[in-house]
Design a protein around this ligand. Structure first.
Ligand SMILES: *[C@@H]1O[C@H](CO)[C@@H](O)[C@H](O)[C@H]1NC(C)=O
Length: 174
């Protein structure tokens, strides 16, 4: 079996040469780790967002990522949760791509900004070869993935693996 990394490298080489066809990874061959703030965290409500709607958007987008053929692990956690929780969630798997949600990147709070830096540090140590991709709202991580790491087919008959959707929050109402 050809590893994803070599397939991806071939793809890069292929795209540089006019005669080579680009080789894209297949359904269920790409492991993606995504993190962000829990939808129901008070920080999200404080920015004026409808947290119910954010929750719906995040979960709908995660389901869409899997339906599109990517294997996905989601770990949403507030800045009050220790980074070791995320570190543990990343271990034991090779990650081909990572992502950080909009709410964490756009925050005007020092604690969330520090957390964003910590997340990027963790990605660098646990998934140094994986590109980190960004959505532009709670509903568009699929867009980011299909833009940066398109798969060979639409995977309509062979979705990716759901590695879990974890929410860690000490201060969420629900
Ligand atoms: C928040 O969004 C939900 C789901 O779309 C909706 O039912 C609810 O009325 C919204 N709440 C507010 C305060 O706008």
């Amino acid at each position: 079996m050809v590893s994803f990394k070599s397939v991806f490298t071939l793809g890069l080489v292929g795209s540089a040469g006019a005669t080579c066809e680009e080789v894209r990874p297949g359904c269920g061959e790409v492991n993606i780790f995504f993190t962000g703030l829990p939808a129901h965290h008070p920080i999200v409500a404080a920015i004026g967002l409808n947290t119910t709607m954010v929750d719906v958007m995040l979960r709908r987008d995660a389901a869409r990522v899997i339906a599109a053929g990517y294997n996905l692990k989601v770990v949403h956690m507030g800045p009050e949760i220790d980074m070791s929780v995320m570190e543990e969630a990343m271990q034991g798997q090779t990650w081909h791509g990572t992502g950080v949600g909009y709410g964490m990147r756009g925050s005007q709070r020092p604690d969330v900004t520090i957390r964003f830096e910590e997340v990027l540090e963790l990605f660098r140590s646990e998934a140094s070869d994986a590109p980190t991709m960004f959505n532009y709202n709670g509903d568009t991580f699929t867009w980011a993935l299909q833009r940066r790491m398109p798969l060979a087919s639409d995977c309509a008959d062979s979705p990716g693996i759901d590695y879990g959707y974890d929410v860690h929050c000490d201060v969420c109402a629900q």
